[in-house]
Design a binder for this molecule. Structure first.
Ligand SMILES: Nc1nc2c(ncn2[C@@H]2O[C@H](COP(=O)(O)OP(=O)(O)OP(=O)(O)O)[C@@H](O)[C@H]2O)c(=O)[nH]1
Length: 348
């Protein structure tokens, strides 16, 4: 009989390390002689993460929205098309950092009714430093969204542990245990974890959870439950009712917005880095491809939770110089003004 294609969902807040994990998984699958395919979802209008994935790997892009709401129907279409056209051995879905994984789980389950898919794992990547900061305040929509992403996982990766001390690591471990008692937790830097271990752990973890949560808990392929096995009433006063929960959860990330800026000239690298350092706190993620006026070549830049990183690249395909800024209720016009001024001053 035809084998079902295993599907892995990568969830986690913006900038936590999902693309880093995706790259590690792709390398591991290919080393095993497998043919992976990828579904990438970005809030902005361009797929910058796609630049980090080998162009030999079949990739479906869902841009300009979040899988879990505006473009959920597209997810099913893309999955079916990938299976029919590419016959991959495995599919990895990288959600936007603003996605609620429950809806993506639901989308995959629905699709598995008419395409041979088998949901293996929902891996949530957590930025240790970011969660630790939010934990001090214990409130805010981003904190609640992170909580949801953690609760729904079958495997948790506590990443960026290089950015917190031992005391914070212990505290975070305790917190993850409290929010999700079932999923194994792996502590990593750069999501560096033996992938074979990760895949083995996940399968066992997912099966165990399904058995232990009979009647109320963990969503699984073919299941019509949308519950993460926790009390939704904690957030919205409902008792896990599907509609109320979905409604409330969409609201938990509807605060996230993106601005995509296309450049019509190069910018000075020092000035651009300064602009990143001075971004308002409400912008927690930025990425893009740029040419600088003071150095040759083009660069992929990443800004995640106050850390920036530049990598020289040779972009695949035609990519205009572009930057995407993601955050909460920030002033798009102000960013636009600053970027236009930067291009102008770099030209003179
Ligand atoms: N300090 C530190 N940086 C890391 C670590 N892992 C990843 N990063 C960096 O964090 C930035 C964001 O990583 P990504 O893998 O792109 O994160 P993401 O979750 O895919 O981001 P979005 O797709 O925007 O949600 C990049 O600059 C990575 O190099 C880590 O363990 N420590």
């Amino acid at each position: 009989m035809e084998q079902a294609v295993p599907v892995y969902i990568l969830s986690g807040f913006l900038g936590s390390g999902k693309t880093t994990l995706l790259q590690n998984m792709l390398a591991a699958f290919r080393a095993q002689g497998k043919r992976p395919a990828v579904v990438m979802n970005e809030l902005g209008d361009v797929n910058l993460d796609g630049q980090l994935v080998d162009d030999q790997i079949p990739t479906a892009e869902l841009l300009g929205g979040c899988i879990c709401c505006s473009i959920r129907g597209d997810l099913s279409l893309q999955l079916v098309e990938l299976v029919q056209k590419e016959a991959p051995d495995v599919i990895i879905i990288e959600a936007t950092g603003a996605a609620n994984p429950m809806d993506i789980l639901d989308g995959v389950s629905e699709t598995s009714l008419y395409a041979r898919l088998e949901l293996r794992q929902l891996i949530t990547v957590v930025d240790a430093a970011h969660l630790y900061d939010l934990y001090q305040e214990q409130r805010g929509r981003t904190y609640r969204l992170m909580q949801e992403q953690i609760r729904c996982a079958s495997l948790l990766i506590l990443n960026k542990t290089d950015r917190v001390d031992e005391e914070a690591r212990d505290k975070l471990n305790e917190l993850l245990r409290k929010w999700n008692a079932y999923a194994p937790v792996l502590q990593t830097v750069q999501c560096d974890v033996p992938i074979e271990t990760l895949l083995d752990m996940g399968i066992a973890g997912f099966e165990r959870k399904e058995q232990e949560s009979v009647g109320e808990g963990m969503p699984h392929p073919g299941s019509d439950t949308k519950s993460c096995g926790h009390d939704h009433g904690q957030f919205c006063g409902c008792n896990g009712n599907q509609e109320h929960a979905a409604h409330e959860l969409h609201h938990s990330h509807s605060h996230v917005m993106a601005y995509t800026h296309y450049f019509d000239g190069p910018v000075n690298s020092v000035e651009f880095e300064k602009l990143l350092q001075e971004l308002p706190r409400d912008i927690y993620r930025a990425k893009g491809i740029l040419a600088f006026s003071d150095t040759s070549g083009r660069f992929l830049f990443q800004y995640a939770y106050r850390e920036s990183d530049f990598m020289k690249i040779d972009p695949q395909g035609e990519v205009q110089d572009v930057a995407v800024f993601i955050g909460e209720h920030f002033d798009k016009e102000e960013i636009k003004r600053k970027l236009l001024a930067l291009v102008h001053s770099s030209a003179s």
